[in-house]
Design a protein around this ligand. Structure first.
Ligand code: ADP
Ligand code: ASP
Ligand code: MG
Length: 484
């Protein structure tokens, strides 16, 4: 393949696309074969793909379970999980590659090393975030090797690149912050020459390393983030997120089966949805794309001809009030009731300093004269946070809450919209409300058990007659049951 003009002048790559494939897109030999065809299709179109893959579906969870078992002293249980994973990866490799000798050796070496770590962990009985990251990194390190081999098997010039040589992060294990400038430099050194020579680099998502070379991870679901970081660093033409649904939908299709595909959405709206729980995108994904104005496409590897969702800086005007409904579960409400007036100078600052000290982000805040309620992810630091807060005031906290978030264009400017929302969920007890903090988001807090029902009621109320320029209404017509 000849280098494009962009490669020659060292600037943007107008045909370079980053293609990120999630766990379900590489879950078994059939899924990996589909992924290989999709990449081959892009190469045939003259595109220059850089492929980023997640671990095989559920592998990250299983590696975390193995780590937890080992740390509790259950050496046999941990090794049994590892042994099942070894067989799954070997079987997958054998089904995809005719002469898999080298690949099998590589898989065995990795599992031997993993078993060594698990045995060590079962002896020392302490699982640190750093060791946890090392253990889960095997998922992406293995999947990326298998996908590279499967692409080569089909004649694609794929080359494996260790993501840890490119994605340099700080040392906050389990939620490491990428170092953009170093990543840009490394991507220029390690990936760009490969692309220029007509190779297809393949790397694992989610994992990175700190400047000392110690393995880190970007947080659960972080492979999307890797895809966007690489897309940003190489100034790609597009960042494609290949998953198991047709794109960003008007609600999680697992909760709401009549959810519709959103054809086009703004960066800002997609970021809000991701942050407020739409699992289809990792919340940090959008940022590197926004910085360089690179479109992000969410596509379905099981239905590759579908045009998916296009996330761009300025989406066209939408006639429907909302684009999508997201839900964030496993939240807690903390009520802080002060004996003195809340608005006394510096009081809120003292409260937030405590959350800051515990590195605990707050999602929603509501205040009255003497009390403040805050919502946070349920986590094991809550008792410590509550203990610190109780130096200032009376504190209560309650878990099992969910935040429902409606995202749409200019919600602030729509008269009567709040009344319509709360009318749709009038049968559900609403604990906290937030509107106006952003023009594009309206959210409220309810019991976790009511969340799915709330989404379905809101969806029924707001997506009866959706704007056909923005939503895929044709799909609804096709799936509608014919009347008898
Ligand atoms: P991947 O493994 O490809 O990264 P994820 O499981 O992380 O995939 O994300 C895809 C899933 O996100 C879908 O199967 C769907 O159930 C869920 N999801 C939640 N909210 C939405 C939404 N608004 N649109 C599409 N999918 C959503
Ligand atoms: N494998 C990682 C996870 O399950 C990262 C990802 O899939 O995006 O969280
Ligand atoms: Mg994901």
């Amino acid at each position: 393949m000849r280098p494009c003009a962009g490669c020659l002048n060292g600037n943007s790559h107008m045909s370079l696309v980053v293609m990120k494939f999630g766990g379900t897109s590489v879950e078994n030999p059939a899924a990996i074969s589909r992924t290989v065809s999709i990449v081959a299709g892009r190469v045939a179109m003259g595109k220059q793909p850089v492929v980023v893959v997640s671990a095989l579906a559920k592998v990250t969870d299983q590696l975390l379970r193995a780590a937890a078992s080992a740390a509790q002293g259950d050496r046999t249980g941990a090794l049994a999980i590892s042994s099942r994973l070894r067989s799954r990866h070997r079987d997958t490799a054998a089904a995809l590659v005719k002469n898999p000798g080298d690949l099998m050796n590589l898989i065995d070496q990795k599992f031997d090393a993993l078993d060594e770590i698990l045995r060590g962990l079962a002896a020392i009985l302490e699982l640190t975030p750093r060791i946890s990251d090392l253990i889960v990194s095997y998922g992406e390190r293995l999947s990326s090797r298998i996908v590279t081999a499967a692409l080569c098997e089909k004649g694609i010039n794929a080359v494996h690149v260790d993501a840890r040589d490119v994605i340099v992060t700080d040392s906050q294990f389990q939620k490491a912050i990428p170092q953009d400038a170093i990543i840009e430099k490394r991507a220029g050194e390690r990936l760009r020459p490969l692309v220029d020579q007509g190779h297809v680099p393949v790397m694992g998502g989610f994992i990175g390393s700190n400047e000392e070379g110690i393995t880190t991870t970007l947080g659960r679901g972080g492979s999307d983030f890797t895809g966007a970081l690489i897309g940003g660093a190489l100034t790609a033409e597009a960042i494609e997120i290949w998953t198991d649904v047709d794109g960003i939908m008007t609600a999680d299709p697992r909760v709401c089966p009549d959810a519709l595909r959103v054809k086009v959405i703004s960066f800002e709206e997609a970021a809000e949805l991701a942050y407020f729980g739409a699992k289809v995108l990792h919340p940090a994904t959008i940022l590197p794309a926004v910085k360089k104005n690179i479109p992000v496409l969410v596509l379905n590897s099981r239905n590759p001809s579908n045009e998916g969702t296009r996330i761009i800086s300025l989406a066209p005007h939408c006639k429907s009030p909302f684009k999508s409904i997201a839900v964030k579960k496993k939240l807690s409400i903390i009520d802080v009731v002060a004996s003195r007036m809340l608005m006394t100078h510096g009081y809120l600052k003292e409260i937030f300093t405590i959350f800051d000290k515990h590195k605990c982000p707050v999602d929603m805040v509501s205040t009255s004269e003497v009390s403040v309620s805050l919502t946070v992810d349920s986590n094991d630091r809550l008792p410590a946070i509550a203990a610190d807060l109780s130096q200032l005031a009376d504190v209560k906290y309650e878990g099992k809450k969910a935040l429902i978030c409606l995202v749409g264009e200019d919600i602030r400017g729509q008269n009567g919209i709040a009344a319509q929302v709360f009318n749709a969920v009038r049968h559900i007890n609403v604990r906290m409300i937030s509107q106006g903090a952003s023009e594009i988001n309206m959210s409220f807090m309810i019991e976790e058990d009511d969340a799915d029902e709330a989404v379905r009621s809101l969806h029924a109320a707001f997506f009866k007659d959706p704007d056909p320029d923005i939503f895929d209404v044709e799909a609804r017509k096709l799936t509608a049951q014919p009347a008898n």
